[in-house]
Design a protein around this ligand. Structure first.
Ligand SMILES: C[S@@+](CC[C@H](N)C(=O)[O-])C[C@H]1O[C@@H](n2cnc3c(N)ncnc32)[C@H](O)[C@@H]1O
Length: 200
């Protein structure tokens, strides 16, 4: 499992066209959520941003976005695409597990999509601790949990609703949780949207 903890693992996938997660645009559950019930504007972190489609979507909708990824290929593409689209996204090449110290309370919100399922499952508690650290008290976490059922050994590693509830409490209080109306092809019925607030 340690292999997924290294940028090299992901770099190889990008280089070999093994990026089966690539949607070519923002995630439909994010698009629908922001259009129907936009979270309060402010500074938003997007961990494990890949090519940054969600980050650009959020920036285009008035959020002040910082996107994080430790893969050179991902960061290079995310920066180029932001430039192409004329949207301002700060793209930082960093291991998300290093963020807690330097970015304490730095964000009003986080959009989590397919980073939780990409990391070593043994590090999920540590990951949620990072999210808790970087979101200010009262700030929000919007997450689309995927995949609820596994199709491969992973990544993506399966994440259950019960595990998410366990991981988020008590740092985050879930306000809404529901299956998204729309998902990308192949992901229907395997996603779960969660909107939560950071507790004191
Ligand atoms: C499955 S991809 C998803 C990318 C993007 N969220 C999307 O939906 O297209 C996971 C991404 O997380 C990045 N990643 C995995 N572990 C990371 C870590 N510890 N720190 C920073 N980025 C990480 C990988 O480089 C990869 O770009």
């Amino acid at each position: 499992m340690a292999r997924v903890n290294t940028p090299d693992f992901w770099e190889r996938l990008y280089a070999a066209g093994g990026d089966g997660w690539e949607l070519g645009g923002p995630a439909l559950p994010l698009v629908d959520f922001v259009q129907a019930t936009p979270p309060p504007r402010g500074r938003v972190a997007v961990p494990g941003c890949g090519r940054g489609h969600d980050a650009r979507f959020l920036a285009a909708h008035g959020y002040d976005v910082t996107a994080f990824d430790f893969s050179t290929a991902a960061v290079t593409a995310a920066r180029a695409l932001a430039l192409r689209d004329g949207v301002r996204v700060d793209v930082e090449q960093v291991d998300v597990f290093t963020l807690a110290g330097e970015r304490t309370n730095a964000f009003d919100g986080v959009w989590e999509y397919t980073c939780l399922c990409a990391i070593d499952p043994a590090r999920r508690r540590e990951y949620v601790d990072v999210l808790r650290a970087i979101v200010r008290p009262g700030g929000w976490l919007l997450a689309c949990i995927f995949p609820l059922r596994a199709q491969t050994a992973g990544p993506p590693f399966k994440v259950s609703q019960a595990e998410v509830r366990r991981l988020l409490a008590p740092a985050f209080r879930i306000e809404r949780a529901f299956p998204p109306l729309r998902s990308a092809r192949g992901r229907q019925g395997r996603e779960w949207m969660v909107f939560a607030r950071r507790t004191g």
